[in-house]
Write a protein that binds this ligand. Structure first.
Ligand SMILES: [Zn+2]
Length: 280
């Protein structure tokens, strides 16, 4: 029952991506809106752009973002103390991010998931309990994925079919990748990783983040809203983005759009066309 409910919900989201990929191609990626009506204009700039990413089975690295665009992503929350601080900072700077929450943490702090969504962020999942899914049997791994998605959808149906593998582990496990595909989940990786460690000072972490942006010129940055250093340096990072005119983006599932009948995906089993760069 658990699986069937999630599958039904998620396949619909993926189908929306397929339709947009058909009718708009990469030009659809340029479609975007600025700002967010719920966010007070407390800062002069840096309203995050929505980035509608077509569904793909392939691992997502930089997400197809242009140079100078950064999608901030936060894993492992929600954390009772640190996640609200991250949300406060993002709100102050009018920045929206993509959160990959651990299912059991979301179940423990459903109000924080609701707050993420209410403040315009995107919420995907990161398994139920953050194991190495590669170390589990196929059914166990599937349950980890499905239970997390069902938990978030149960809290707020605004959760998206976005998924990030714990530790990024799974690229060489076809059965696991097939599970994500069967469920219609996006397989998010990253192309910028400051590699937060407990010993790093906020200043050192900030330096690594900025070095990653210089190296990659933009894309998807991996951060954790469970890491004190990341929470502490986030305002400085966003200040630096403003000085450099770096645009933050929040990943979204494309809205469905009409497609020519002959190109309309006929079944939920069809696959999206390739085209996005693979991730690390
Ligand atoms: Zn994680």
């Amino acid at each position: 029952m658990l699986v069937s409910v999630t599958r039904r919900r998620l396949v619909g989201g993926a189908a929306g991506g397929l339709l947009v990929a058909v009718c708009g191609g990469r030009s659809a990626l340029a479609a975007a809106t600025f700002g967010h009506p719920r966010m007070p204009a407390t800062r002069p700039a840096l309203p995050s752009r929505e980035f509608f990413i077509p569904y793909t089975e392939r691992p997502i690295g930089n997400g197809g973002l242009a140079a100078g665009q950064v999608a901030l992503t936060f894993d492992d929350g929600p954390h009772a103390v640190l996640t609200p601080l991250v949300l406060d900072t993002l709100k102050r700077y009018r920045v929206r991010a993509t959160f990959f929450v651990i299912g059991k943490n979301a179940a423990a702090k459903p109000d924080l998931v609701r707050r993420m969504l209410a403040e315009g962020h995107s919420v995907g999942t990161h398994s139920w309990s953050h194991p190495y899914l590669t170390s589990l049997g196929d059914e166990q791994a599937r349950t980890e994925v499905v239970r997390a998605q069902d938990t978030v959808q149960g809290i707020d149906p605004g959760g998206l079919p976005f998924f990030r593998l714990p530790y990024g582990a799974g690229l060489r496990k076809p059965a696991l990748l097939k599970t994500l595909t069967d469920l219609g989940l996006y397989n998010f990786y990253w192309n910028m990783d400051p590699n937060e460690t407990s010993a790093m000072t906020p200043a050192a972490l900030l330096g690594r983040c900025l070095a990653e942006v210089r190296r990659a010129r933009g894309g998807t940055m991996l951060l954790h809203d469970t890491h004190r250093g990341s929470v502490a340096m986030l305002p400085d990072l966003l200040d630096s983005f403003m000085r450099q005119a770096i645009e933050t983006v929040v990943y979204r599932v494309p809205p469905s759009c009409p497609a020519p009948p002959e190109m309309m995906p006929a079944t939920k089993g069809e696959k999206a066309p390739p085209g996005l760069p693979a991730g690390a």
